[in-house]
Design a protein around this ligand. Structure first.
Ligand code: R5P
Length: 315
């Protein structure tokens, strides 16, 4: 067994970190992050962590590179302050979409991030709904993936699902959309989505399944520019869907996502708080519902500390 459990937060998502520690019934660890005029980051851990079992929460949101570097520096500081074990808790994993070599002369940057975390001194990783589950294989240390599916499932189970169908935005989302549909006991359909270049423009060209007269629930791992969701909603409406709701784990909401989603004719957009959603964004998207992941992460941290199963929790 490891020593005392301590939880620290980087500066990316303090609200979620506070929610997690409140759920766990413990205070957040004290640290100070300073940015010098030359943009160098200094992290000072302001309490003793010798032989402690330390968890560091840092999500990936703008400024993405700063937050990643801050996390690496924080882990390094904890390691040299003699923490017994350091778990990097990454609600949204940085560079998760750079997970394969699908073009010549590109970096598999998610693997590089895994290497950097290990080099900094992370002994374990805890993350949620990876773009591709095989990212877990980039680590030579233990890595656990939580899924937001139970949180989304519990929310949608409070709705009338008598005429509903889950829709995967593409073949990549189909496997987890299938689990989601099974938990909701509804049929599923899959959109044939194409991307033609790096412009982040997606096109929904066909649908496998039936949505005519149905209440569609689009499932995806993340919303970046909102293009995939808008395209999915377009084809679903064209094919006769009665309502279009969305359940997505990570609200990246980059570029012109707010405008795009506002023009997508959605009945509801349900996301988690793996990434902070600003009050201005929430106000601009009146059909947005943000679900908390604090209890999920808090319970997972307690289980890791106690050497108990995470998969049991997912079941
Ligand atoms: C891509 O394969 C992912 O699963 C999402 O569909 C994608 O990240 C969404 O991106 P965007 O919102 O820019 O269409």
């Amino acid at each position: 067994m490891f020593g005392e459990m301590k939880v620290f937060s980087g500066s990316s998502h303090p609200d979620l970190a506070r929610g997690i520690t409140t759920h766990m019934g413990m205070p957040l660890g004290r640290l100070k992050v300073t940015r010098f005029s030359n943009e160098n980051i200094k992290v000072k851990v302001e309490e003793n962590v010798r032989e402690a079992d330390v968890f560091v929460i840092q999500s990936s949101c703008p400024p993405v590179s700063d937050h990643l570097l801050e996390l690496l520096i924080l882990i390094d500081a904890l390691k040299f302050a003699s923490a017994a074990r350091i778990t990097a808790v990454l609600p949204y994993f940085p560079y998760a979409r750079s997970d394969k070599k699908d073009e010549a002369r590109i970096s598999i940057t998610a693997r590089l991030v895994a290497d950097l975390l290990e080099t900094a001194g992370a002994d374990r990783v805890l993350t949620m709904t990876l773009h591709a589950p095989q990212i877990l294989g980039f680590f030579r240390k233990p890595a656990d993936q939580l899924l937001a599916t139970p949180i989304l499932t519990n929310y949608f189970l409070t709705k009338d699902l008598s005429n509903a169908a889950v829709v995967a935005t593409d073949a990549g989302a189909a496997k987890f959309a299938g689990h989601f549909a099974k938990r909701l006991s509804v049929p599923m359909a899959i959109i044939d989505k194409r991307r033609f270049d790096d412009s982040e423009q997606a096109q929904s060209v066909a649908l496998i399944g039936d949505v005519e007269g149905k209440d569609a629930i689009i499932y995806d791992d993340e919303i970046a520019t909102g293009g995939s969701i808008k395209e999915a909603a377009r084809i679903l409406r064209e094919l006769g869907a009665r309502t279009v709701r969305v359940g997505v784990t990570h609200p990246v909401l980059s570029g012109r996502a707010v405008e795009t989603l506002n023009s997508a004719n959605l009945d509801e957009l349900v996301v988690t708080d793996s990434i902070p959603v600003s009050p201005a964004t929430a106000k601009a998207l009146p059909f947005l519902k943000v679900l908390s992941t604090a209890a999920l992460f808090g319970d997972a941290i307690l289980r890791i500390h106690g050497g108990r199963s995470i998969s049991e929790m997912m079941d």
